[in-house]
Write a protein that binds this ligand. Structure first.
Ligand code: NZQ
Ligand code: ZN
Length: 391
């Protein structure tokens, strides 16, 4: 087991009526005037935004609104938010929605606290991020895990690049989670979200040669819970208990608890981000489209991990490690299909040529300067092979 520091400081308010505590939480963490960041309008339609505003009024916290974060949120939109936040002198940013709204809120917080520096320089590490502002989340989709993660992701449309930044400044002070607000989700977004939750733990699981029994049990238990309750939601997405399980898994799958003691990988995310940046593909779909070929490419180098996954998560009985590994991979691909997700590039409904695959492979590996995965090093050539196999 590697050394690790575990710090997941977000205060979680979970369950029915949780949104009524937004004002109380904002005040507790020092807000006098907050910016509410949301997306394309689902939180207006559902009535959640009104509830959040009422709660802030009750707590005597002023607010302004900044809507329009789109899925795969953009740098440009976050920069508009920074201008507004600076002008209005807000002292806390609250994302109301999914990963796109919460990540935009995080970006606005970082930019507002560092107005003298371009946000993209902060994002890419050219300028060190030494301070930020408090961020809160009111979650409406179990998926990205941004409500507890140390991560935020933006797309720079001018450069055609989608990139994340990892820092403790990305940790929300509080996260408000009422599963009932997820009932209005389009089924495709729910399937994509469940895929992303599964993937955040899969991305931490397969690196061989580390003994992390407790972490494994947490990871395997989380994945079994996601599978069982994800399939219930595909039949009835108004099932409160199943939505509650999935929502809690969303937060735990990406707050680092399912990977402690093992290096962090996230290579499938690199392949997915390259696809989303060029074709604006829904995040979960960008992952399910390539995971199968990624796993087929790598399982022979980590059959102990892949076979353990198959046996502990999918209850595969096969005593041959290589065969069990493959059964686990096929069961996972079937699961993504049951969630309504694409499992190949051709199912993404965008035109991708072999030449495009080369560009994608260069994007995913930062022009072949970065090797992906701790299983075996994947450069641009190997990533290209994986994309090719996913066609
Ligand atoms: O924009 P609105 O109108 O709110 O509609 C959204 C959006 O169209 C809709 N939606 C969300 N909740 C709803 C709802 N519609 C009806 N009822 C509800 N209750 O769903 C669509 C997707 O929303 P989005 O916020 O994009 O979803 P998600 O949470 O999947 O976030 C995706 C973004 O997060 C990034 C992804 O790359 C992507 O940009 N990620 C962020 C991470 C992090 N910060 O830790 C980690 C992840 O790996 C991921 O990369
Ligand atoms: Zn993800």
């Amino acid at each position: 087991m590697d050394n690790f520091t575990y710090h997941a400081p977000t205060e979680v308010v979970f369950g029915k009526g949780a949104e009524n505590d937004t004002g109380k939480m904002a005040a507790k963490y020092g807000a006098s005037k907050v910016m509410l960041v949301y997306g394309g309008g689902s939180v207006i339609k559902s009535g959640l935004l009104d509830k959040v505003k009422a709660s802030l009024n009750e707590a005597g916290v002023k607010y302004i609104e900044f809507g329009g974060a789109k899925p795969n949120p953009t740098l440009e939109h976050a920069e508009e938010g920074i201008d507004l936040a600076v002008h209005e002198q807000v002292d806390m940013i609250i994302g109301v929605g999914g990963g796109s709204s919460i990540d935009t809120a995080k970006a606005i917080a970082h930019g507002t606290a560092n107005v003298d520096y371009p946000l993209w320089d902060i994002w890419t590490g050219k300028t060190a991020l030494l301070r930020s502002m408090p961020v809160g989340a009111v979650l409406t989709i179990p998926a990205a895990g941004s409500e507890m993660s140390d991560s935020a992701v933006l797309t720079n449309e001018k450069l055609g690049k989608k990139q994340g930044i990892n820092t403790d400044f990305n940790r929300c002070k509080f996260a408000i989670m009422n599963p009932e607000w997820c009932f209005t989700l389009p089924k495709y977004q729910l399937g994509a979200g469940i895929t992303d939750i599964m993937m955040h733990t899969l991305e931490r699981y397969f690196i061989p040669d580390y003994n992390c029994a407790m972490t494994d049990e947490i990871a395997e238990g989380l994945m079994r819970t996601v599978i069982t309750n994800g399939l219930i939601l595909m039949k009835d997405q108004n099932d409160y208990d199943a939505m509650a399980e999935i929502m809690w898994c969303s937060s735990l799958s990406h707050n680092n608890i399912t990977g402690l003691g093992r290096p962090k990988d996230f290579s499938v995310h690199k392949l997915g981000h390259a696809l989303s940046a060029r074709y604006d593909i829904t995040h979960g779909a960008s992952l399910s489209a390539v995971w199968g070929s990624w796993a087929e490419y790598l399982y022979n180098y980590a059959t102990d991990r892949f076979s353990q996954y198959a046996r502990k998560v999918w209850h595969v009985q096969n005593s041959n490690d290589a065969q069990a590994s493959r059964e686990g991979i096929l069961r996972t691909i079937d699961f993504f299909t049951m969630l309504g997700m694409p499992t190949s590039l051709s199912q993404l409904n965008v035109e991708i040529t072999k030449k495009d695959l080369q560009l994608l492979a260069l994007d995913a590996t930062k022009d072949d300067t970065v090797k992906l995965t701790h299983i075996i090093p994947l450069g641009a050539k190997e990533v290209m092979d994986i994309y090719n196999a996913a066609m």
